[in-house]
Design a protein around this ligand. Structure first.
Ligand code: HEC
Ligand code: HEC
Length: 325
């Protein structure tokens, strides 16, 4: 009887030990990544909310879309924030200005977000200011908040660093970009950016093609990711705005398959389904492994493991003793 009680106590000890261990690992992982997941979530929603959420886009055009006739795209794409506000977040005042085949005349989000609070932006996104600008039937409150948080805290204005005619990065450091690219990106995209192939405006595209044809899209996706893909991103690596542009500058020098220089045109890639080589820790299992990696380097781990092992030995001893009686 007495030993049974002790076994119970031992088991309890074990469970508590496990809980502490798991809690510790989560903390270590959060610290290791050191980022704000609402920002990356908001950025993916801005890019393509229905792809990010894995839902069907609404039927027909977004109602506001029909206020203009210059951009002849239609359907699902007209529901994406980026289709109206741009990869540079500047709408008609940026890359989607008059003359671009993406021109809509719709404003950018930059001026508004510097003047609004996150609550104001959520109100805008719920149609409180313009009933046709209502995404609340499709996006949850927390998604709208993530979007607002992304817009409010993470937008980067690159336009003075990108030549509006040639789309070349101005004042970047290609050697720094090359080092970053080779350390983080080459293992999936290849040394020359051609391992993964994309479809872009009806053509085959490599990373080099995309970097030349739509540098803003390249920057947004490099910094914040692309829906449905787990990849290393600048935001989680703690890259500065300049480091993002350095990588873009280097990528613009990679083979692009465009022997003859064509005038850049902004468009939508329809990437071929690509195999996903092991990405950074994002799912539970790799997360736990990453956390373990981080833990082993931590001094505190020895302590936690020690306590845990004592618990295990304690239980084993009492089980054996219980059997002997
Ligand atoms: C079909 C085009 C279109 C789409 C899609 C669209 N917007 Fe807008 N957005 C507009 C227009 C036009 C305005 C200007 C105000 C108005 O008329 O609603 C605007 C205004 C805004 C503003 C500024 C509001 C203010 O107070 O000045 C923000 C922020 C914004 N949109 C964010 C988003 C986000 C985030 C998404 C994606 C969930 C999105 N928009 C999708 C067209 C669009
Ligand atoms: C774990 C593998 C992996 C790593 C590492 C990785 N990527 Fe990717 N990346 C992908 C995959 C897969 C896609 C394709 C997604 C798709 O098919 O839409 C992609 C897509 C992209 C795109 C979007 C292309 C577009 O416009 O649709 C860009 C830009 C990009 N990667 C840049 C980078 C950069 C820069 C790095 C280094 C910081 C990097 N990637 C690291 C796997 C990776």
């Amino acid at each position: 009887m007495k030993s049974k009680g002790l076994i119970k106590a031992g088991l309890l000890f074990l469970v508590v030990g496990l809980v502490v261990l798991v809690g510790w690992m989560e903390q270590v992982q959060a610290r290791a990544l050191g980022q704000d997941s609402d920002v990356t979530r908001g950025a993916l929603l801005y890019d393509n909310w229905y792809a990010a959420l894995g839902v069907q886009p609404p039927q027909g055009n977004m109602p506001i879309w029909d206020r203009q006739t210059t951009n002849t795209r239609s359907g699902a794409e007209t529901w994406r924030c980026v289709s109206c506000h741009g990869w540079d977040y500047q709408g008609k005042d940026g890359a989607y200005r008059e003359g671009s085949d993406r021109y809509t005349g719709f404003p950018g989000v930059f001026p508004a977000v510097t003047q609004s609070t996150e609550e104001d932006i959520v109100a805008t996104l719920s149609g409180k200011k313009d009933p046709q600008h209502d995404f609340s039937p499709y996006l949850s409150e927390s998604d709208l908040k993530a979007l607002a948080h992304f817009l409010k805290t993470a937008l980067i204005n690159d336009n003075e660093y990108i030549d509006p005619k040639t789309f070349k990065v101005l004042g970047g450091d290609s050697a720094s970009g090359k080092a970053l690219y080779e350390a983080q990106c080459a293992r999936c995209h290849g040394e020359d950016g051609t391992t993964l192939r994309f479809r872009f405006e009806g053509r085959d595209a490599t990373l080099g093609t995309l970097a030349q044809l739509d540098p803003w899209r390249f920057l947004h996706k490099t910094r914040f990711g692309t829906p449905g893909t787990e990849m290393v991103i600048g935001y989680e690596l703690g890259w500065t705005a300049q480091q993002g542009r350095d990588v873009l500058l280097y990528a613009q020098s990679l083979p692009s398959g465009m022997e003859v220089q064509q005038s850049p045109s902004l468009g939508e890639a329809t990437p071929a389904p690509a195999a996903q080589p092991g990405g950074p820790a994002r799912n539970v299992l790799t997360g736990v492994l990453t956390a373990f990696g981080a833990l082993f380097t931590g001094l505190g781990f020895a302590l936690v493991l020690g306590v845990f092992l004592i618990g295990v030995i304690f239980v084993i001893v009492w089980v054996i003793r219980g059997k002997k009686q």
